[in-house]
Each structure stands twice: as structure tokens, then as C-alpha cells.
Design a protein around this ligand. Structure first.
Ligand code: ADP
Ligand code: MG
Length: 699
């Protein structure tokens, strides 16, 4: 049976080489198995047949059974159409086709019984159905008419008449040709019995051609179970293997540097949450196992200080540490903050970015490999092969969602023994997603902001309300505050976006002639960007007009207003990140979202959520619900082909949790699936790993 699943799709009756190429290109269907796992996106209930006397123009899609009285082609040129007068004895409807007449003329016969499916409308007092689906009303067809599957296809496929109906036919034939008992299982009999699952064969039949809504639900449950089970099993197995394979650096004490800093140079009392997280990290580093920890903390919650204290532990134990940030601006800012904090201590900190070249770079590299540099801060420039540490013991990755898996994994290869790893993110990942993405990471959460922060007030304004907004900005600036104005930048249309930014900048310059205004965007040279950021930080300028380059990490506590233009073009987590640039000082801060009047339903919801809450976790959950996991920031770049075929991380959270426990139980009781009944699972896991190689690199 495995062979049958893997058989090339071109050998399926009705496919052939040309259609096979199309299926492969458009839907990635290469084998019989791929086709069986190409599930419908919706079902339409065709169990009911109406009589024509019941039909009116207000009905949704309906089904009729009857015969053509007469079929004719009428009209000229663009209005040329085929009209079939169709009757079931209770009345007559006109079935009309405008397109594809070439193939249609002569296809349907007068006097033969057909099933017709479509949306009725009333035109000139007659009932019409345009481009209906038509099947011969053979007994077998009617018998199977429960829920009818609809498959997504592409325009190219439709042009080659590989539409939903054609796929349905192919799948029907394929299922018919496979005898039930020959469909091999992918789950063990114990699991199937214990969790009341349908067999694979039954589930695949019912998912395509459900006999009833209930059978459809059962089929979906079985297939989701299987899908989530292998994802979880793989993560759990992998993390077990990893723990067995690697030891970590044992860092027994916190060391002198940590203590000196903590007692003499700490700029403020740590929050309770910061203290708790540092304890968790300290415990990991002293355990002898490699730390692999995700630190989640909302924007402004003080993750940098936690990172610094962790790095000092490594240094106190004779190791080096590395802090990697996703952008030049952010790396530079970290470098400045940390150098400042360590000013009076004997710890050597260096900055390495793509811009640091020549002699300077050579010097840093040689100091690194000799062990003179204690902390290296940088962008992904630190990953280059030429960058060699003498004893890298600890790596902090800031805003980790910006890095790909491959990049993160690369840091490991800088040692035979992997360093402790702390990844930090301000994009809170909902629990269900974290489980699927980073099942192998321990998670720490900073759930408390430093004292004295006032919650940011978020306001939604329409384009036309700008005059009022400008007055408000003027007031804020007069009180000594600074203002960000952000324009969207989406890569595909960088030119248009830059124009937006330039136009916006001009308008701001004209509106506020009395103030100095900075401008920063991605096309500027890093030095220019940096210089402009510095001007803003020093309060030389009052307004910063920018694209989303300032989204992550930038810290200017005196800035109190964030204006986001075209807010409808940003995702929720991006809006939240941008908002996090203000509210960093003691003053009341504001975020103003500007949109047009016309907003899509989803956009209105997004804006509503932003206005209602400052809680990053709430926002992340909402984001997951609204967009689905494939779109979530971080899931795409993280290197996981997040192409779940049937389960939905947003909606199937509970099942995921349940399946996770099932997988844990199995790993506990039979870690290598040696029991006879579990061998099937082992085989499937191996297949799964072959298909999803990226997974094994996560974290
Ligand atoms: P994020 O978690 O977004 O990276 P940062 O580490 O940049 O946050 O910290 C945000 C601001 O809060 C910084 O100005 C930092 O100096 C300040 N901060 C951090 N911890 C504390 C604390 N315990 N008390 C007061 N201010 C703090
Ligand atoms: Mg930060």
C-alpha cells in the first residue's frame, strides 16, 4: 500500500503526463498519496433536491433534478450564449452559459435526466441559473449525494479543465480503485482504539465524500489527530535526542562580574519579574545541561538588563558572551547601553556589524579569538565564519523572530559544546503556537513593566481628522516631548512607499516649520540612519518621520507620541511593536492610528483590539485568530513550512494539547517505539522527518 501512495500521479487513470505536470506545479501533488491528502476546502449539502415550483430568486445555491426540453445558442458576439430550457414537470428554468461554449455545445442531451446545481436568479420574469454544475442523475450519483466536496484549483488548472469537479472525479476513481482493507494504517491499533479514531481508509473516504456531517467531523478529527501527533512526536523525540547528545557548560557560580554589577552599578531596582527570570536562567546555567530558553517580555519590560546579567554570569565563569540583534540600529543601541552600564567595570565589550571593516574589524576578530573580548554585540555579521571565539559560553538572540532557523543554528557550530542560548522576543507567541514551533524551548516570561509607567493611550483617527492631530502634536512638543510618525514599507512596492514617506515628510515640514525633523528609512546608509537616530535621541530634532526600520527595540524615552500612517496596512504584532517605541518614560504616552474611512472587517477588528488593550499576549492571540498561523510574524521566517494540511493552530489548540500528552505518554513508555504495535509509528516518524527536515534544526 505504501507503494500505491507513492506512485507517480501521472499513472492515475485520467491524469497523464500533462495534467501531472500541472498538478505538481500548481498544487504540489506528485503522487497518489498527495492527491488523497489534498482535502476539500468546503462542502455543499446536495442531499436536498428542490422542485422548480419551489424556486425563487432569493434562494442560495440549490439542486434540481429534471430534463432539458430544448437547448439553443442565441445572441451574437459578446452576448452569444447557450440556453437550456430545463424542466422537472413542476416548472421551467433557463440554464445559461456565456463562456466555454466550444466545449459545451452538444455536451448535454435533451430527454436525459440531470442533476443541476447553482444559484437561481430572476431575469425578465424567468428563473435563470448561470453556469450551473451538471451531473447525470444516475442512481449511484444520487445515492452518494451527501455533502459534495469543493477543491481549490488555480486559473491555469481551470483553463485545462482541471476544475474542482475534475479533481473530485479523480479522487473518486482513486478511492474506488483502492480496496478498503488494503489502505495501510499510519497510527497504531492501540491509539486508534483508545481514542476512538476512524481507520485511515475510512477517514480519507469520508473527508472527500462524507456521508453525513457527523462522519465528516470524525474524519477531520482523525486526520488532524494524525497530523498534530507526528509534529509533536518529532519535537519530543528530537529534544530527547538533543539532551542525550549534548552536555552544556557548567557555570557553578554567578561570578565576580555579576556580583559587582548587581551591587554597585545596577541603575535601578529590578522588577519582581526580572528577578524571577534571572533566577531561572541562573539555575539552567548551573545545571550542567545546555540552556535553551525563550524569554518573552512585552516591549519595554526590560529584557536587555536580563540579557546583560546572564552574560555576566558566563564571563564570571571564564567564558565569552555574544548578543545578536536583527538590525544595525538595534545592535548599536545595545552596544551603547551596555558599554555605558559597564563603564566602570573591567569587561571588554565590542560591536561587530557589516559596516565595521578593515583594520578595525581585524582587530576585533583577533581580540575575540585571543579571548580579550568578553562581550561581542552585533548583527548577523557575528555569524560569519571568520568570527572565532576563544570560549563562547553564552549567546543571547534579541527579537529572535527576525532570524531564520539556519542562522540561529549556526551559532552552535562555533563550539564543539553548544553555548547556553537565550532567545528574547517581544512578540508574544501564543502557547499553542509556541508548543508547535519551539516545543524544545523552556519559556520564561517577564509579565511586569518597570514601575512608574503609564499605560499608553491608543486612539484611532481618520485621514480627514489630521488638523486636530497636528494641534495635539504641537502641544506635546511644546511640553518638551518628541514624536514619531511612521509610514508603511512593504517590500514589493518600495518605490510607492518611499514616495509616501517623502510626501509625508514634506507635509510635516510644511506643517511644522518651527521644528527640526528627522527622516529615517531602509534605503539610507547605516551611518546616516545611525546619525539621524542619534540626533533624535539627543533631542536635536523633535519629530522623527520613519518607515518601520524603527519598529524593533529602539529606545528614546522622551518620545511620547507614535503616529502610524496607513495603519490598515500593518499587522497587529507590528502595530504593537511600533507602539512599544513610546511609553518608555514617566510621561503619559499616546499612539495614534490613522486610516482611511473605508476599512475591511478584519482591519476594523485589528484597530479595535489595538485601541482596547496594551497586553501583548492578548494581541498575539487575537492575531492568531484573525490571520491564522501561516501569516504570523515569525512562523514563516522560522523556516518551518507551516503548511498544516488540516489542523488549524488557532482553532485546534485543545486537540493539540491533548495530542501532545498522547505523544509524551508514548515517549515515556516506549521511547524508541520498540513494541511491535508501535513500529508503525516509528516508520511514519521516519517518513515525516524526511519530508520536514527543517524541523530538526529548531531552537
Ligand atoms: P525591552 O524588553 O523592550 O528590550 P528594554 O530592555 O529596552 O526593554 O528596557 C526598556 C526601558 O526600561 C529601558 O529604558 C530600561 O533602562 C528601563 N528599565 C529596564 N528595567 C528597569 C527597571 N527594573 N526599573 C526601571 N526601568 C527599567
Ligand atoms: Mg529590546
Amino acid at each position: 500500500m505504501i507503494d500505491l501512495f507513492q506512485r507517480d500521479i501521472k499513472y492515475l487513470q485520467g491524469v497523464g503526463p500533462q495534467r501531472a505536470t500541472l498538478l505538481q506545479k500548481e498544487l504540489q501533488i506528485a503522487s497518489f498519496g498527495d492527491l488523497l491528502y489534498y482535502f476539500p476546502y468546503k462542502y455543499v449539502d446536495k442531499s436536498k433536491i428542490y422542485t422548480i415550483s419551489q424556486v425563487d430568486g432569493n434562494m442560495p445555491y440549490i439542486q434540481l433534478k429534471g430534463k432539458f426540453l430544448h437547448i439553443e445558442v442565441v445572441g451574437e458576439g459578446r452576448s452569444r450564449r447557450m440556453v437550456g430550457h430545463f424542466s422537472d414537470g413542476t416548472g421551467v428554468v433557463d440554464l445559461v452559459w456565456f463562456k466555454g461554449l466550444k466545449f459545451l455545445i452538444g455536451k448535454y442531451k435533451v430527454g436525459v435526466e440531470y442533476l443541476v446545481f447553482g444559484k437561481p436568479t430572476v431575469f425578465n420574469g424567468r428563473i435563470n441559473i448561470a453556469h450551473p454544475d451538471i451531473d447525470k442523475a444516475e442512481a449511484a450519483v444520487i445515492e452518494e449525494m451527501g455533502l459534495r466536496p469543493y477543491y481549490n484549483t488555480s486559473e491555469r488548472m481551470k483553463r485545462s479543465s482541471l476544475n474542482s469537479q475534475a479533481l473530485e472525479q479523480l479522487i473518486r476513481h482513486l478511492l474506488q480503485s483502492i480496496e478498503k482493507e488494503r489502505m495501510e494504517e499510519t497510527l497504531s491499533p492501540t491509539l486508534i482504539a483508545k481514542h476512538g479514531l476512524l481507520s485511515l481508509g475510512e477517514a480519507l473516504r469520508q473527508i472527500h465524500f462524507p456521508q453525513s456531517p457527523e462522519m465528516l467531523r470524525k474524519a477531520q478529527y482523525r486526520l488532524k489527530f494524525e497530523e498534530l501527533f507526528y509534529i509533536q512526536l518529532n519535537i519530543l523525540r528530537y529534544s530527547k535526542e538533543r539532551r542525550q547528545r549534548y552536555k552544556g557548560f557548567l557555570m557553578e557560580t554567578v561570578g565576580d562580574e555579576f556580583l559587582a554589577f548587581y551591587h554597585q552599578y545596577l541603575p535601578f531596582e529590578l522588577t519582581g519579574a526580572q528577578k524571577r527570570v534571572i533566577k531561572e536562567i541562573r539555575k539552567d546555567m548551573g545545571s550542567g545541561k545546555q540552556m535553551n530558553r525563550l524569554l518573552q517580555g512585552d516591549v519595554g519590560s526590560g529584557k536587555t538588563l536580563v540579557a546583560l546579567l546572564s552574560m555576566l554570569i558566563a564571563i564570571g565563569n571564564g567564558y565569552q558572551a555574544c548578543l545578536m540583534a536583527p538590525t544595525e540600529i538595534l545592535a548599536t543601541q545595545h552596544y551603547e547601553t551596555i558599554s555605558q552600564l559597564l563603564m566602570d567595570m573591567n569587561v571588554k565589550v565590542e560591536l561587530l556589524t557589516g559596516n565595521i571593516k578593515g583594520k578595525r574589524r581585524a582587530q576585533i576578530l583577533s581580540d575575540l579569538s585571543s579571548g580579550d573580548v568578553d562581550i561581542l554585540i552585533g548583527t548577523h555579521a557575528v555569524l560569519e565564519d571568520a568570527v572565532e571565539f576563544s570560549a563562547l559560553g553564552m549567546v543571547v538572540i534579541d527579537e529572535q523572530h527576525r532570524f531564520g532557523v539556519a542562522q540561529r543554528a549556526k551559532l552552535w557550530t562555533k563550539n564543539t559544546c553548544p553555548p547556553h542560548i537565550l532567545v528574547m522576543t517581544a512578540t508574544p507567541i501564543p502557547r499553542t503556537l509556541a508548543m508547535t514551533l519551539y516545543g524544545d524551548l523552556e519559556v520564561s516570561v517577564i509579565d511586569e513593566l518597570p514601575p512608574g509607567r503609564k499605560p499608553i493611550q491608543t486612539i484611532h483617527r481618520y485621514d480627514a481628522q489630521r488638523a486636530g492631530l497636528y494641534n495635539f502634536l504641537r502641544e506635546q512638543i511644546e511640553q518638551g516631548r518628541q514624536v514619531y510618525i511612521v509610514y508603511p514599507l512593504i517590500q514589493e512596492s518600495e518605490k510607492i512607499d518611499l514616495k509616501n514617506l517623502e510626501d509625508g515628510y514634506q507635509q510635516i515640514v510644511e506643517t511644522f516649520p518651527q521644528y527640526r525633523i528627522s527622516k529615517v528609512h531602509g534605503k539610507m546608509k547605516p551611518q546616516e540612519k545611525e546619525a539621524e537616530m542619534q540626533r533624535f535621541l539627543r533631542r536635536d530634532t523633535q519629530i522623527m518621520v520613519a518607515t518601520t526600520v524603527i519598529e524593533v527595540g529602539v529606545n528614546v524615552p522622551n518620545a511620547s507620541v507614535m503616529v502610524i500612517e496607513n495603519a490598515e496596512r500593518f499587522g497587529l504584532s507590528q502595530l504593537h511593536q511600533l507602539r512599544g517605541r513610546v511609553g518608555r518614560g514617566a510621561e503619559q504616552s499616546y499612539c495614534v492610528l490613522i486610516t482611511g474611512y473605508k476599512l475591511a472587517e478584519d482591519t476594523r477588528k485589528r484597530i479595535g483590539i489595538m485601541v482596547q488593550t496594551n497586553d501583548g499576549f492578548e494581541i498575539a492571540e487575537a492575531d492568531l485568530q484573525l490571520r491564522g498561523p501561516g501569516d504570523l510574524e515569525g512562523t514563516q521566517q522560522s523556516g518551518i513550512a507551516f503548511d498544516l494540511k488540516i489542523a488549524n493552530i488557532a482553532r485546534d489548540g485543545q486537540l493539540l494539547q491533548y495530542v501532545r500528552e498522547v505523544a509524551e505518554e508514548l515517549i515515556e513508555s516506549d521511547p524508541n517505539c520498540e513494541r511491535l504495535e508501535n513500529q508503525i509509528i516509528w516508520t511514519e516518524l521516519a517518513k515525516y522527518r524526511k519530508k520536514n527536515q527543517n524541523w530538526s534544526l529548531i531552537s
